[in-house]
Design a protein around this ligand. Structure first.
Ligand code: BGC
Length: 417
């Protein structure tokens, strides 16, 4: 990398995906029936990646990537309780080997929201039942053994905070509980505690097998701002609940912290009934859900341009978030997701990339130890209920999208300046 690069030697440039969102045909996942239950658009063949890894590899090579983050699909690998499919696992092992051969570091995640449907039937309380920890750790143990021949970088969970809130708080993922309606603390003490415990146990076993491995988490972190004067305490409460609780419980067992950064939100104190923790967090999704009530309760959204998801584009927030986590935890930071579903005529992916990479360089200049930038996503995928948002550097036909050439140039030059 040229001396003028703001990014350190060995910096990882790559993209991220998840099994359920790209592979297609994951019929054994609890999400498969869930799609129907929710009336979602079906994931169907998604991007067809289960059969098209060669094409995906071609995309990574075209980007000049030196890292690829993907997840292994628990429901494919443990088809019934305790019954593991070695042939399916070998396919992932083969992918990891091919990546290494091309000088692309495989980064493997064990849990990206999708879980086997037998599991939900076996344990209807899901992660509120601490027995889930054992089940999950057994799966990690079995899957990581052959994979560790080619993989040294692991994410135990993707966004445990979003999973907890989505599946047990807001009821949008299976098993569809809604504990945020007044029982947020219980949520944190049951699901939150189990997920952290599972991470810690998985970390121990991965490191026992491979002491040099790097094991982390991909945590969704929004830049939080007070909606108005007097809302600082609400920001603190939401930050602790959403961002820090998991990291505080696992900090001794994180070799790095992965940040999935998309947007900033304004947080307001509010004692309106049913809002969690006395807080109104200004997510686009909540604004949609509450309709006019959102404003009536004092909800605030940023004024910047928005993506097709309705998320405000706020690159400067990335610098703040990285510095905040770096200063608190003193662990290397990897950007494990950052990206957009562009709006026609709006901010382009190239502009988005430039602005976010500049923000990242800003954090590095102020001392943060940042080692990776992984764009979400390599491909247009299944965006949990819809195939419309176009997060990909490539479309489903593997044609480069706007921004792919710019990404390749930034990765080559080690800079977006
Ligand atoms: C998730 C991805 C998702 C992306 C864009 C992240 O929260 O990890 O699965 O596709 O955001 O919504």
């Amino acid at each position: 990398m040229p001396d003028s690069s703001p990014f350190p030697e060995g910096f990882l440039w790559g993209a991220s995906t998840s099994s359920y969102q790209i592979e297609g045909g994951n019929e054994r996942s609890a999400l498969w029936d869930w799609e129907e239950h929710m009336g979602w658009e079906r994931s169907g063949a998604a991007a067809g990646s289960w059969e098209r890894f060669g094409d995906d590899l071609g995309c990574l090579k075209a980007l000049g990537a030196n890292a690829y983050r993907f997840s292994v699909e628990w429901s494919r690998l443990e088809t019934e309780p305790g019954r593991f499919d070695r042939e399916a696992l070998d396919r992932y092992v083969g992918w990891a080997r091919l990546l290494r051969k091309e000088g692309i570091r495989p980064i493997v995640c064990f849990h990206h929201f999708s879980e086997p449907s037998w599991l939900i039937h076996e344990r209807p309380r899901g992660w509120r039942d601490h027995g889930m920890v054992e089940r999950f750790v057994d799966f990690v143990d079995w899957a990581s053994e052959p994979l560790s021949a080619a993989v040294e970088d692991w994410l135990v969970f993707n966004e445990p905070n979003v999973f907890m809130v989505g599946a047990y708080g807001a009821g949008i993922f299976p098993p569809g509980r809604r504990l945020l309606l007044g029982r947020a603390r219980e949520l944190r003490d049951t699901v939150g505690a189990s997920l952290a415990d599972a991470h810690n146990r998985a970390y121990e076993l991965l490191k026992r097998r491979q002491p040099a491995a790097r094991v982390g988490v991909a945590q969704n972190v929004a830049d939080l701002e007070p909606a108005g004067p007097g809302d600082e305490e609400a920001v603190e409460r939401w930050d602790r609940f959403m961002h820090r609780d998991f990291l505080d419980r696992t900090r001794e067992r994180l070799d790095f912290i992965g940040i999935n950064y998309y947007t900033r939100i304004f947080v307001k104190k509010s004692w309106a009934p049913l809002l969690p923790l006395g807080v109104l967090p200004g997510y686009a999704e909540l604004e949609r859900e509450l309709g006019p009530l959102f404003r009536l309760l004092g909800g605030r959204r940023g004024q910047g341009p928005r993506t097709a998801m309705g998320w405000e584009i706020a690159p400067e927030g990335l610098e703040r978030v990285v510095l905040k986590l770096w200063r608190r935890y003193q662990k290397p930071i990897w950007i494990t997701e950052n990206g957009l579903a562009p709006v026609v005529g709006g901010v382009t992916r190239e502009q988005f990339l430039r602005a976010h990479l500049a923000a990242l360089a800003g954090a590095i200049a102020q001392g943060a130890d940042v080692r990776a930038y992984l764009h979400w996503s390599l491909l247009d995928n299944y965006e949990w209920g819809s195939t419309k948002p176009r997060f990909g550097l490539f479309d489903r036909e593997r044609r480069p999208a706007d921004g792919a050439a710019a990404f390749a140039e930034f990765a080559r030059a080690g800079s977006a300046a």
